[in-house]
Write a protein that binds this ligand. Structure first.
Ligand code: PHE
Length: 455
């Protein structure tokens, strides 16, 4: 039998996993959710969800992947032969594919904005413009960059081609190498931008909105979105962590890895908050809704335009987003590629093309739902929104709950303990509390939240 691929180094394995976790979820979605949830109140709940629920569920996925050394569907059958719980793995692969198909589109916008920042096209006409003119200018730019038909399609196709290029290189030479370069770059850019933003006039008002706890803002709705955000931003429920951990050597310390990944993902969200809230406050744009595409594609360019050297800051910021998006899309594609390699015996090349070429068409349809297909709706939603809602609101909780029930109740009792302690070689004070959360707390909370949201 061919020996199973493994990551080449400890740093590489962490870079790849952090790369998957840190994505548009942290940089694009987080500030919007935080603003809607009262800033600090949301941050507090999000942190709690990541630490108390996210880490144990992450450990459940890691144990499945590393114990089975299989793809996200095969993992279930390897651990309990003949089990019907494979359906959870199928849900995970489906979630990965659907999320990837619309995520490519937003990733492509970041690519387009990066291109326009570097060439300067984004800022043509911005010099000397007043506040309201700037708003109009960037609104119009967004319409023509995102709302037109052909331009975003071309960038979507290019972005998919870049993914193909990385993934053909395989786990070590493709994914790991890419993450080893982009992750350090991402942290450097974040640090530089934090310093710049925190030194703007009145920055401290933005900081206190974000960091000073205000418990009155906590409502059931905020709890629901904090949990959803925590799961999404840790890449839970998509089979990604099962697939990546199947490439971890038997010596990897899983509890330590999970804590590092969770803390890095949190750190990125906090740093993004420390960039966005002070800047938005400082330029008096804090009454803008930061929802949807507006924050990143309109509000931030407005801010950059009012700073010295707009092109520089804008290019740096979009390199950041582009890198975060790319290391996430390759991880979701890897879930499906690994599944085709393991279960269908496909070669790397064939599996990569089988997964990504159809996306050229599927993602195009998602992209067009901001252009000529914007009036085409099913259940009152565009195709883009439909895919987003179905996968993040329905599939992800379903898969995460399934993983918890499987690892907590169906799999051999010692699966988690063995994996967390590397079969007794490590001390693992985490095993008992993690098992408790996986068995009781996580499934119950997911059901409660699901019912609250839909009933
Ligand atoms: N954690 C990722 C994010 O925050 C989620 C994701 C992973 C989305 C892979 C798409 C593909 O963006």
């Amino acid at each position: 039998m061919k020996s199973k691929t493994e990551f080449g180094s400890k740093i590489g394995l962490i870079a790849a996993t952090v790369g998957s976790a840190v994505g548009l979820g942290n940089i694009w979605r987080f500030p919007a959710e935080a603003q809607a949830g009262g800033g600090s109140a949301f941050l507090l709940l999000y942190t709690l969800c990541v630490l108390v629920l996210g880490i144990p569920v992450m450990l459940a996925e890691f144990s499945l992947g590393r114990a089975s050394k299989s793809d996200a569907i095969g993992a279930f059958g390897k651990i309990v032969p003949g089990t019907r719980w494979k359906i959870v793995g199928t849900g995970a692969v489906l979630a990965s594919y659907l999320i990837m198909s619309y995520y490519m589109v937003v990733a492509a916008w970041t690519f387009e904005y990066l291109f326009e920042s570097v060439t300067g096209g984004l800022y043509v006409g911005a010099e000397g413009a007043g506040a309201s003119e700037l708003r109009e200018l960037f609104d119009a730019r967004m319409d023509s960059y995102i709302g037109s038909d052909l331009r975003p399609l071309i960038f979507t196709w290019l972005f998919i081609l870049i993914n193909i290029g990385v993934l053909l290189g395989g786990v070590r030479k493709g994914i790991e190498r890419l993450s080893n370069i982009l992750m350090p770059l991402l942290f450097v850019i974040l640090a530089v931008m934090c310093v710049v933003s925190l030194s703007l006039p009145n920055a401290s008002e933005g900081v206190s909105f974000f960091l000073k706890p205000d418990f009155t803002k906590i409502t059931p709705g905020v709890v629901v979105s904090a949990l959803g955000q925590a799961f999404f931003s840790l890449s839970l429920g998509m089979g990604i962590l099962i697939t990546y951990s199947s490439y971890y050597p038997k010596t990897t310390n899983l509890p330590r890895t999970s804590v590092i990944v969770a803390l890095m993902s949190l750190l990125v969200a906090v740093m993004v908050g420390l960039i966005i809230f002070p800047a938005v406050k400082s330029f008096g744009l804090d009454n803008d809704p930061l929802r949807g595409a507006t924050l990143v594609f309109v509000t931030l360019p407005e801010i950059f335009a009012r700073m010295p050297m707009p092109q520089l800051w804008s290019s740096l910021f979009f390199v950041l987003l582009f890198s975060a998006a790319l290391t996430s899309t390759v991880s979701s594609a890897e879930v499906v590629i690994a599944m085709l390699e393991d279960r269908r015996g496909m070669s790397r090349r064939r599996a990569t093309l089988t997964v990504l070429l159809p996306l050229m068409a599927i993602s195009s349809v998602c992209s067009l739902s901001f252009g000529s297909l914007s009036d085409f709706t099913i259940f009152g939603r565009t195709i883009f929104d439909l895919l987003d809602n179905f996968s993040t609101d329905f599939l992800l909780p379903f898969v995460s709950m399934g993983v918890c029930i499987f690892v907590g109740w169906i799999a051999p009792r010692n699966l988690l303990g063995n994996e967390l302690s590397n079969h007794g070689r490590l001390r693992s004070p985490f095993s008992k509390p993690a098992l408790f959360v996986i068995r009781y707390i996580a499934p119950v909370l997911i059901v409660l939240i699901f019912t609250y949201k839909y009933l």
